[in-house]
Design a protein around this ligand. Structure first.
Ligand SMILES: [Zn+2]
Length: 382
């Protein structure tokens, strides 16, 4: 395996909680697909190839632990109406379900490919993809099979919303029975939209238990639109992460702290639904780990941009730029129970982003500007 020395790095953002978070005047050695060495450029070992990045910053590739990329159709009109004052409700999902069922596998696959490419151009190197717009046995299974072509981090979200023509009881029986049987071979995770208008905590508990019995690991959408029991359920079950966390009581925050469950915040959703942003300072000060993800989906947040999420987290949610980048890399990886990506330390995969900027601060300082000069996956530029 050839080694590559990436040098003249103005600032290396390692995202390593145990080492220096940033190194000025840095270099990094890639051996095959992995990081072999990081440190000061002046102390770098020799390598077979040399790449001079001209003083640019290098950060880990983003780990986007929450997205819904398998869908068809467009809800731009609904977005425009929302900006004009119509409130967001969970039921809008059904519009996308109809379009997704009508799409061919090839159409769904090419649409996901386009969105994954869009993410990569913005620095995302690991992405989780959920189903949840099929809501039949056939359409959930094929949505996950499409997602699996792009990532190992696939999540069965049959419990996104109760589709028309069935009762909640009948639908939960389907989600925990035949649909789960068809979905499980294509999925690593199972998720439930635990929210008013979707599924309550008792239903979520039953669905996650069935998923676990089938070998899937649980995640939850919770406390997005109002206070509720979902976050405390996630903590009680010891889930690795619970996502949204917009409306949190003191008891919710304490439960997250005690369980070690990561709160994955999705600020693109608050931006696109005109909801209040979650208070990240309150979580971090309480000792809760916070991840940032895109929630890229056609209804509540159609952005694939982690840099936008970082800028929002800094501007609106009280995070420092370093906390926000750490949340979108190292903690995002932990939210997927991954220790092979999300940081630039020896032994991890050499997934990295060269920024057209001297430091990570520019991700928040220059919102909306395409700052990704290059994205590397597994030790090679892509
Ligand atoms: Zn979501």
């Amino acid at each position: 395996m050839a080694t590559t020395l990436i040098t003249n790095i103005g600032e290396l953002f390692t995202s390593d909680p145990e080492g220096p978070l940033t190194i000025a005047g840095a270099a990094l050695v890639v051996d095959g697909t992995q990081v072999a060495w990081v440190g000061r450029a002046a102390e770098a070992p020799d390598a077979d190839e040399l790449v001079d990045v001209g003083g640019r910053a290098v950060i880990p590739g983003f780990v986007d632990s929450h997205s819904h990329l398998v869908f068809a159709g467009d809800r731009a009109e609904e977005f425009a109406a929302r900006m004009a004052g119509t409130p967001y409700a969970a039921g809008g999902i059904r519009t996308t379900v109809a379009a997704t069922r009508a799409a061919t596998d090839e159409q769904l696959t090419s649409h996901v490919a386009r969105l994954v490419a869009e993410m990569r151009c913005q620095g995302t190197t690991t992405v989780e993809i959920k189903s949840g717009y099929g809501l039949t046995v056939h359409d959930e299974a094929r949505s996950l099979a499409v997602a699996r072509q792009f990532t190992e981090e696939t999540t069965y979200l049959g419990a996104h919303v109760v589709p028309g023509g069935t009762t909640p009881e009948e639908y939960v029986a389907l989600v925990t029975g035949p649909m789960l049987d068809a979905a499980k071979e294509h999925a690593r995770w199972i998720d439930v939209f635990c929210e008013r208008g979707a599924f309550d905590a008792d239903q979520a508990r039953a669905i996650l238990a069935a998923g676990e019995a089938a070998g899937l690991r649980g995640r939850l959408h919770a406390n997005q639109l109002t206070y509720g029991d979902g976050v405390r359920l996630a903590a009680e079950l010891g889930l690795v992460a619970v996502d949204h966390c917009t409306y949190l009581s003191d008891a919710d925050v304490a439960a997250l702290r005690d369980s070690g469950t990561i709160a994955t915040l999705l600020p693109g959703v608050e931006f696109s639904t005109k909801q209040p942003y979650p208070d990240t300072r309150r979580l971090l000060d309480a000792g809760v780990d916070v991840a940032l993800a895109s929630d890229c989906n056609p209804g509540s947040c159609f952005t694939s941009s982690i840099p936008l999420c970082i800028a929002l987290a800094v501007r609106e949610m009280g995070m420092t730029p370093a906390e926000a980048v750490h949340a979108a890399t190292y903690v995002g990886a932990r939210a997927l129970d991954r220790d092979d990506v999300g940081a630039l330390v020896p032994g991890r995969r050499a997934d990295l982003v060269v920024l057209d900027a001297p430091s990570h601060l520019h991700l928040a300082y220059r919102p909306g500007v395409p700052l990704v000069a290059a994205t590397w996956v597994g030790g090679r530029p892509v």
